[in-house]
Ligand binder design. Structure first.
Ligand code: CO
Length: 469
C-alpha cells in the first residue's frame, strides 16, 4: 500500500471491523447461543458440538462488552498510528509517534474498562491474547526467570570462552538460502500442497484454512542464520496451522489455543530443535552441499556453537534464546505501567533505556534501536508481548514431555527424521484447534501448569556447557 493510502485504509478497516463486531455481538447471536447451550449437554466437554458452543459463547461474552464505536475507533487510530510509527522509526524520532501512543493508551484503557477486570487493568487486555492468564501470574513467572537469567547473562558476558559466528557470515547466495529453507520446511513436515512460502520485510505466518497456510521469510545475503532460523520459526507456526483438523474449518475452533501455545511451536522448532546438536548432525552435510566454500572445513561443534552464540543486543527479534526474554520483561513492565497510568508516554524512551541498561547492560543509541523497534504498540496490541516469553517456557515443557514419552526423538532428528516429534505435537496440541484453553492444553499434554523452571534449567544446562561455566 502506498503511504498515501493509509487514511482511506483506516476508514475501510474501521467500517469492516465495526460491522463484523456488530454481527457477532448481536442479540440474535445471543439467542442462538442460548438455544444451543442445553442441546450440548448430551455431548462430551471436548466434543466438537460442546466445544463450538462453549468457545463461541466465551468469545461472545467478551466481545459484547466492547461498544462498537470503540472497535471502529481502535481500527482507525491504530492504522494512522502505524504509519506514524513507520515514519518515526525511520527518522529515529519518538516525538513523531508520541501523540499517537497517547491516543492508543487512552483507547486501550477504555477498552480494558469496558471488558472489566478484577485484579489489574492489564488482565483485561492480556486475556484477549492469552485467555484466563493473569498479570499477577505473569509477574511471578517473570520474576523467577529474571532472577536466574539476568545474572546468568552477566556470567556468559564475562566468560573467557570466545564464541564467534563467523562461519554464518559472508556471502550466501540468496537462491541457495531459499532452497535450503524450502528443504528444511519440507523435511520437518510442512506440506507445500497446502501452503506456500514467500519473501517479506517482516516474517509472519497466516492461515486461511489448514489447507492454505502462508508463511514468509526474509533473506540476508551476509548472514545465513537470519533467513534460516526465521524460516524454521515460521515453519513451526505453519505446522500448527496445517495440523488443525479440516473438520473445524470455518468455525471459531479452527485456530490455535492461544498466542503463547502458538509461539511455543515456532520457538520449539527454531531453538530447541533447530539449535541442537542432533539437528546439525543431519544438516551440516546438506550445508556443505549448498555452500561448499563456506562449510567444507567446518566441523559440527563449530557450527553448533556459532548458532548458539549469546550476545546481548538492542533488537528483540535478533536476540539469542538466552537474552530474548529480557527484552520481553522490558516491554511487559513498561506497558503495564502505561496502562496503570504510572508512566506517561513522553517518559517512555527514558524508561525504556533505563530498563535495557539494567537487564541487558546496554543503552540504545537512538529510539529506532530502542523504544520504536517493535510494531505492536502502534497496533494497540497491549497484552501481546508476554505471550512470546510464555511461549518459550511452553516450548521446553512440551519438548521435554515428548522426549520423555519417546526418548528416541533426538536420535531420529539426527537422522533427519522429524515425524515422531511432529506426530506427538499433532496428537497433543495441533488436532485440538482452539477447543481447549491454554491451561487445559498444557495440563493435558504435560500433566502440569505453565512453569518457568524447565526453561531456566534448559538454558542453564545448555549454555553452561557451551560457555564452560
Ligand atoms: Co512467532
Amino acid at each position: 500500500m502506498p503511504p498515501g493510502g493509509a487514511q482511506a485504509r483506516a476508514e475501510q478497516k474501521a467500517t469492516l471491523q465495526e460491522m463484523a463486531h456488530k454481527l457477532f455481538t448481536s442479540d440474535e447471536m445471543g439467542t442462538f447461543l442460548d438455544h444451543l447451550a442445553p442441546l450440548t449437554e448430551n455431548h462430551a466437554y471436548d466434543s466438537d458440538e460442546a466445544s463450538l458452543v462453549r468457545v463461541t459463547a466465551r468469545e461472545y461474552e467478551k466481545r459484547r462488552r466492547i461498544p462498537p464505536d470503540l472497535v471502529a475507533e481502535r481500527a482507525r487510530v491504530s492504522t494512522l498510528a502505524h504509519s506514524a510509527w513507520e515514519n518515526a522509526r525511520q527518522q529515529a524520532d519518538f516525538e513523531l509517534f508520541q501523540p499517537h501512543l497517547e491516543r492508543l493508551v487512552d483507547l486501550s484503557v477504555r477498552i480494558a474498562q469496558a471488558l472489566g477486570y478484577s485484579e489489574h487493568i492489564y488482565d483485561a487486555l492480556l486475556d484477549l491474547f492469552e485467555p484466563q492468564m493473569k498479570t499477577s501470574t505473569v509477574t511471578s513467572i517473570f520474576e523467577k526467570m529474571k532472577n536466574a537469567l539476568v545474572p546468568f547473562v552477566q556470567r556468559i558476558s564475562s566468560s573467557t570462552q570466545e564464541i564467534d559466528d563467523n562461519v554464518l557470515r559472508g556471502n550466501f547466495a540468496e537462491e541457495k538460502q531459499w532452497e535450503l529453507g524450502q528443504a528444511v520446511l519440507a523435511r520437518i513436515g510442512f506440506d507445500p500442497t497446502r501452503g506456500r512460502q514467500d519473501l517479506s520485510v517482516h516474517p509472519f505466518t497466516t492461515a486461511f484454512s489448514p489447507d492454505d497456510v502462508r508463511l514468509t521469510t526474509r533473506i540476508n545475503p551476509r548472514f545465513l542464520a537470519s533467513g534460516l532460523f526465521g524460516t524454521i520459526h515460521e515453519g513451526g507456526h505453519a505446522l500448527y496451522e496445517q495440523g488443525i483438523p479440516t473438520s473445524l474449518v470455518r468455525t471459531p475452533l479452527c485456530d490455535g489455543a492461544s498466542m503463547s501455545v502458538h509461539e511455543s511451536q515456532s520457538r520449539m522448532w527454531e531453538n530447541i530443535v533447530g539449535r541442537s546438536r542432533p539437528f546439525w548432525q543431519f544438516w551440516l552435510p546438506e550445508l556443505r552441499q549448498s555452500f561448499p566454500d563456506h562449510f567444507q572445513g567446518v566441523d559440527q561443534e563449530t557450527l553448533y556453537r556459532a548458532v548458539n552464540r549469546v550476545a546481548p543486543g538492542f533488537i528483540r527479534v535478533e536476540a539469542d534464546e538466552v537474552t530474548y526474554n529480557l527484552h520481553i520483561f522490558v516491554r511487559f513492565e513498561l506497558e503495564t505501567a502505561l496502562l496503570e497510568g504510572t508512566l506517561q508516554a513522553q517518559d517512555l524512551p527514558d524508561a525504556w533505556n533505563a530498563k535495557m541498561e539494567s537487564y541487558l547492560g546496554l543503552t540504545p543509541p537512538n529510539d529506532a534501536l530502542g523504544v520504536l523497534q517493535d510494531v505492536h504498540w502502534s497496533g494497540a496490541l497491549f497484552g501481546y508481548f508476554p505471550t512470546y516469553a510464555l511461549g518459550n517456557l511452553l516450548a521446553v515443557q512440551f519438548y521435554n514431555q515428548a522426549v520423555q514419552e519417546h526418548p528416541e526423538i533426538p536420535d531420529r532428528i539426527a537422522q533427519g527424521d522429524f515425524t515422531q516429534l511432529l506426530m506427538w505435537l499433532r496428537e497433543r496440541i495441533h488436532k485440538h484447534g482452539a477447543r481447549y484453553t491454554p491451561q487445559e492444553i498444557v495440563l493435558k499434554a504435560t500433566g502440569t501448569g505453565i512453569d518457568a523452571a524447565p526453561f531456566v534449567d534448559y538454558i542453564q544446562i545448555k549454555y553452561a556447557e557451551i560457555y564452560g561455566l
